[in-house]
Design a protein around this ligand. Structure first.
Ligand code: ADP
Length: 270
């Protein structure tokens, strides 16, 4: 009965959201969060209303990439109000980063606490009407993936976007990720090859000329092999690194936040 209620709560909470998409990568550092941030910004530019849920509990980077470090979430009667990245409130964001006392705090939790947090994200956040909810997941296939999929089970997300770099190691990791999706019945929407070549200067970027630092085309070949969509290549762009890593931060630490950890005690350690 308990488990049925959880699913019903998630279903009720997410019924105002048209599409739910998970962003996955086989390993860390391939640019999964950067791709999530870019997808979110592109969708907003295309006039959609977007939410980003960051469930990378041990390494939340979405707040920093969207320039929202230091922001706190608020509790309203309808639930946790996400942090908005823009005045028009077209880009909403929820991350454990907003619940931590400061950006250097770490989360040291075992599975059950991570489960509780993810459940709370899925049931308590008041997203309102959204066209897309993008869920940024931790690298690999961990507790976080299993619990988010378990809670989303009956609601059935649209699928997953797999992010890889062109190198063999990363591709073999994404192969595992693909197999994971098959095992859990999660539709794969396609593959994005990030850090695919380097555009050495502005002219090269206009002409779309890339120097292939690593190999290239691996993601595309793999998409063919698995018969899934190849969604595109994103070159290495030093200005993107600067933009994402040094996005102007709000710097505020609002006092009226509701720092509520899953145990309700404000503890972020096991
Ligand atoms: P992940 O989420 O897979 O761990 P991140 O998105 O945090 O990876 O990216 C890792 C680092 O690489 C960050 O510093 C980010 O700014 C940088 N980065 C990601 N993609 C690109 C790119 N296409 N060009 C330049 N830097 C990138």
């Amino acid at each position: 009965i308990h488990s049925q209620k959880q699913h019903m709560d998630v279903g009720q909470r997410l019924r105002t959201i048209k599409h739910v998409v998970l962003i996955l990568s086989g390993k860390g550092g391939v640019g999964k969060s950067s791709v999530t941030a870019q997808l979110a910004l592109s969708l907003v530019q295309a006039n959609f209303k977007v939410g980003v849920l960051d469930i990378d509990l041990c390494g939340p980077s979405i707040p920093r990439m969207l320039g929202l470090d230091g922001k706190k979430i608020h509790q309203a009667s309808a639930g946790w109000v996400p942090v908005f990245a823009d005045e028009e409130q077209r880009l909403a964001c929820m991350s454990i980063g907003f619940l931590l006392p400061d950006k250097n705090s770490s989360v040291v939790w075992r599975g059950p606490k991570k489960n509780a947090m993810i459940k709370q994200f899925l049931t308590d956040v008041y997203w309102g009407e959204l066209d897309f909810l993008l869920i940024d997941t931790p690298p690999g296939t961990s507790d976080e993936h299993l619990s988010v999929l378990e809670y989303l089970q009956e609601w059935s997300p649209d699928g997953a976007v797999l992010v890889t770099t062109p190198q063999g190691v990363s591709l073999s990791d994404v192969r595992k990720e693909y197999n994971f999706c098959m095992k859990v019945g999660l539709n794969v929407l396609g593959i994005i090859e990030n850090m695919s070549g380097f555009q050495s200067n502005f002219v090269a970027s206009i002409l779309q000329e890339c120097t292939n630092v690593f190999s290239t085309g691996g993601g595309e070949a793999m998409a063919k092999e698995f018969n899934i969509n190849f969604l595109g290549k994103v070159p290495i762009d030093p200005s993107l690194t600067l933009f994402l890593d040094q996005a102007p931060q709000s710097g505020s630490s609002e006092k009226d936040s509701n720092n509520k950890s899953p145990d309700g005690q404000g503890s972020f350690e096991d």
